[in-house]
Design a protein around this ligand. Structure first.
Ligand SMILES: *Cc1c(COP(=O)(O)O)cnc(C)c1O
Length: 395
């Protein structure tokens, strides 16, 4: 829900822009930290969900660590004040340059995704006279029951090391003098709303935990990744995830021994609800079979609907107060020269007009960060609500 004052203010601004509610972000991060610390758990924020400076500052201030998937994310995390002892670097294709930069930065750990990568990190660390801390990303073959484009923990996915390769991994770790084994890492997918998936993950982690200890490979850190989903359908009813139930699944099902740490890597769940993409209707096209609302935002600002068939709640802010219940079905489309540039087909909205403000909700995760310059579009702007103040970014 947007207040009348916010909508009045939006009306004076150029669209499209991302609108960040930093108060909600702050509240979400705090609730997550409180729920995690009740069990002594550590949360690393997955920067790839949103690396907007104001977002990073807010998350960092809460004391979270950083989960990075590129050398530049490692740099951004450190530049925004994240403790380098709480920075982890994951990713299936780390380049030598990225590995070297992370070694120079003395990050906490590399989450390693293949035997070959272990050998490369060992060589690069050796050349610097350093020891690299490594965790093994294992593919637990757990079905995340999410969209197949965002599932990552199945054997057919490119991510992680499959269990039949683990003997080779242990052999390699024993023979690499410049590697220090810290533990095991998992990440089964994103936008997971069925908490049973995490229960199954715990069972796999327990099995593999035992296996490593049998090999005489003691584990210091159990990193269970991220993936907690948000409610895209009811952003006003569920603005903050139920972090307590999420962490309790792990507390009830994960075996943790004396002295071991449990790490989480949440992205979407921390940031998704705190932003909306605000756009205007440029044109209304009434056809014989279809009516189109052509917005001034498209896949260059928010690509999730086009990339993953993702659902976002869409509302006409200008007609928010309308008393009549009459609606018209619209295909809500962007201005980009691609037929797939469509946010939703057959969406029932109040009769809409040129100039109406449209909010596309729950756009804080994998939104602004995936913006592109295709069609030589302007870079999308951001507007921030902090305390009661609305601030327009300067670029
Ligand atoms: C993307 C990613 C995450 C965060 O996923 P969310 O679904 O946004 O919570 C965590 N860990 C790794 C390794 C990732 O690639």
């Amino acid at each position: 829900m947007f207040s009348k004052a916010s909508i009045d203010r939006f009306n004076q601004l150029e669209t499209p822009f991302y609108y960040y509610d930093l108060n909600l972000l702050q509240q979400t991060v705090t609730e997550c930290q409180n729920a995690a610390s009740a069990y002594g758990y550590h949360v690393h924020y997955a920067l790839k969900a949103n690396f907007n400076t104001r977002v990073l500052q807010t998350v960092q201030a809460a004391g979270m660590g950083a989960d990075c998937v590129s050398g530049n994310e490692v740099k951004a995390a450190i530049a925004h004040g994240f403790d380098k002892g709480k920075v982890v670097f994951a990713g299936v294709g780390k380049s030598d340059r990225e590995i070297n930069a992370a070694l120079d930065a003395d990050i906490f750990c590399f989450n390693v995704e293949s035997v070959q990568e272990l050998l490369v990190i060992n060589d690069l660390a050796g050349a610097k006279g350093k020891t690299a801390r490594v965790a093994i990303r294992i593919n637990p073959n757990v079905d995340a029951h999410t969209h197949h484009y965002i599932t990552t923990g199945l054997e057919e996915n490119k991510f992680g090391i499959n269990t039949w390769q683990l003997e080779d991994v242990v052999f390699t770790l024993r023979n690499c003098a410049n590697l220090e084994f810290t533990g095991i890492h998992f990440h089964v997918g994103s936008q997971i709303t069925n908490l049973d998936v995490f229960k199954k993950l715990c069972e796999k982690v327990n099995e593999l935990h035992n296996w490593f200890e049998h090999q005489n490979m003691p584990i210091k850190v159990l990193n269970v990744g991220g993936g907690l989903g948000v409610d895209y359908y009811n952003p006003d009813e569920n603005p903050v995830c139920d972090f307590e139930s999420y962490f309790k699944i792990f507390a009830d099902n994960l075996t943790v021994k004396e002295g071991q740490e449990v790490h989480f890597e949440l992205g979407r769940a921390l940031v998704a609800q705190s932003a909306s993409l605000i756009s205007r209707v440029l044109y209304v096209k009434n056809g014989q079979k279809k009516n189109f609302l052509v917005l001034d935002a498209g896949m260059t600002e928010l690509i999730r609907p086009m990339l993953y068939q993702a659902y976002h709640h869409i509302e006409n802010l200008t007609k928010q107060e309308l008393v009549s219940n009459a609606t018209i079905n619209y295909d809500v489309v962007g201005p980009i020269c691609e037929s797939t540039d469509c946010f939703r087909t057959d969406l029932a909205l109040p009769e809409s007009h040129r100039g109406d403000l449209i909010a596309i909700r729950t756009a804080g995760a994998y939104g602004e960060v995936m913006a592109s310059g295709y069609n030589l579009r302007d870079r999308v702007q951001s507007v921030y609500l902090e305390q009661e103040q609305l601030q327009v970014s300067e670029i």
